[in-house]
Design a protein around this ligand. Structure first.
Ligand code: SF4
Ligand code: SF4
Length: 447
């Protein structure tokens, strides 16, 4: 072992936006508070929506499954509090626009459940996958893909290299950094479980160089453990650059392998998991705890008490603001779920925190992009910025001219909508909006 902090890895392209991470990472964690009600969307991810397993008037326990689907590509949802179901209706959803959701009013006689290490040993890979599925784990880094699906490796494939993504490259967000500081040991335990499951030849923890203390925190713990698997993990130091946390960028930076267009990392023997998901794996497998709480960053240039907050999934942003006393300038212009580059703007605060919500930002006029676009001047800045070697300028051009078939040949489906191209474009062309439109039209053609 021994970390050389001067050997930093990176990928071609990318941008350096203002990171603004200091405003939330310096503050202590705001501990869990119990909301009087929660609203749990039955769809929190792509794939088959869950069906409700409860009805109005039912009493539910904390951690009880309240919605699930028989489909493999789905993850159950759980109640994050003890209480009574008060309704099952369509409610606002930060990603989908609307989703059938279960509203639960809290039983004020009950406090939150304590989860302790269970005596039940996990004896097989099937046990690990079953717990990950049963406890509703999804990617915690934003996309919210089902963890058990990602970890179910087809028979003709194997994982050579497991990468734990602690890059957290989106500006403002520091929830992963916070989790790494607070729960280093538990994250390592989650990684150990993932190693047992996947049996990779090599495992890397990938961290950007703006979180230097974390290199040493992980290394010190790894040195002192009895587990050879953990001692063999390598820390990969990445240059701070956006979007360093993208799967394909991480794989290229760390292994030099390129995931072919239209393919997934498994194609080149790699699998990437977010560091927050590794922590959730520890909680599910060792504590039998479903994914019902998470740390989220509240930040933005309009927030007065930015920081990281431990919250119950299903709590609305409005209740969170009231309960935790979040103080902000009321002239904010935008609320973003996620980071400023890839996050989603929401119109009000009656929006539930999802399992995959990494942060909420309150932003001023400064962050409202002026989309009065002008002619493309063919400067190629967008091409240089694209981490995936795509041709962003061509996406915009073909969408405007409705040349849908050409978009497929340009690999528009590979675009991760990172926004680096729009960020650098001097003509203010909202390339990502064109990409979204193009992808949506192609999806309709394929139906
Ligand atoms: S084309 Fe897509 S992947 Fe490339 S910079 Fe633009 S948004 Fe990012
Ligand atoms: S950065 Fe903007 S102006 Fe320059 S080539 Fe790309 S789309 Fe055209």
């Amino acid at each position: 072992m021994g970390i050389n902090i001067f050997r930093k890895k990176t990928f071609k392209g990318g941008i350096h936006p203002e990171y603004n991470k200091g405003i939330s990472i310096r503050e202590p964690l705001h501990d869990l508070k119990l909301p009087d009600k929660i609203v749990v969307p039955l769809s929190q991810h792509i794939g088959t929506p869950n069906e409700p397993l409860v009805k109005k008037g039912d009493y539910v326990e904390e951690g009880q499954i309240i919605g699930k689907s028989a489909s493999f590509v789905s993850s159950p949802v759980h109640s994050s509090i003890y209480g009574t179901v008060t309704g099952i209706e369509k409610e606002f959803h930060p990603v989908l626009g609307a989703s059938l959701s279960i509203a639960i009013e809290r039983d004020k006689e009950k406090s939150s459940k304590k989860y302790v290490k269970s005596g039940n040993k996990i004896s097989s890979r099937e046990d690990i996958l079953e717990k990950i599925r049963l406890y509703g784990l999804v990617g915690m880094g934003g996309a919210g893909f089902h963890t058990h699906v990602k970890l179910s490796i087809p028979k003709d494939k194997s994982v050579d290299i497991l990468i734990l993504n602690g890059a957290e490259c989106e500006p403002f967000l520091t929830c992963d950094h916070f989790l790494m500081m607070r729960k280093t040991k538990e994250i390592l335990r989650g990684i150990e479980i993932l190693i047992d499951l996947l049996q990779p030849k090599e495992t890397y923890i990938a961290i950007e160089d703006n979180k230097q203390l974390m290199f040493f925190a992980f290394e010190n713990l790894m040195k002192s453990t009895d587990s050879q698997e953990l001692r063999d993990i390598k820390i990969s130091i990445l240059k701070t650059k956006y979007p360093q946390g993208g799967e394909k960028e991480l794989i290229k930076a760390i292994t030099g392998r390129e995931v072919p267009p239209g393919k997934i990392p498994l194609e080149v023997g790699c699998l990437v998991q977010n560091i927050g998901t590794a922590y959730a794996v520890y909680e599910a497998c060792d504590l039998d705890k479903p994914l019902i709480e998470r740390i989220i960053t509240i930040s933005g240039d309009c927030v007065k008490n930015a920081g990281n907050y431990l919250v119950k999934v299903g709590m609305t942003l409005k209740d969170m603001v009231d309960l935790y006393g979040i103080d902000f300038n009321h002239d904010f212009k935008k609320i973003i779920f996620g980071g400023p580059m890839m996050g989603i703007s929401v119109p009000h605060m009656n929006v539930p925190i999802l399992k995959s919500t990494s942060g909420v930002l309150f932003l001023s006029e400064k962050y409202i992009k002026n989309f009065e676009e002008s002619q493309c001047i063919r400067c190629a800045k967008c091409v240089d910025a694209c981490p995936l070697n795509l041709l962003p300028t061509e996406f915009a051009k073909h969408v405007k001219k409705e040349r849908w078939a050409d978009l497929e040949n340009l690999w528009i489906s590979d675009c991760i909508e990172c926004g680096a191209c729009s960020y650098v474009c001097p003509s203010r062309i909202p390339i990502v909006s064109y990409v979204k439109e193009g992808k949506s039209v192609l999806r309709k053609f394929k139906k």
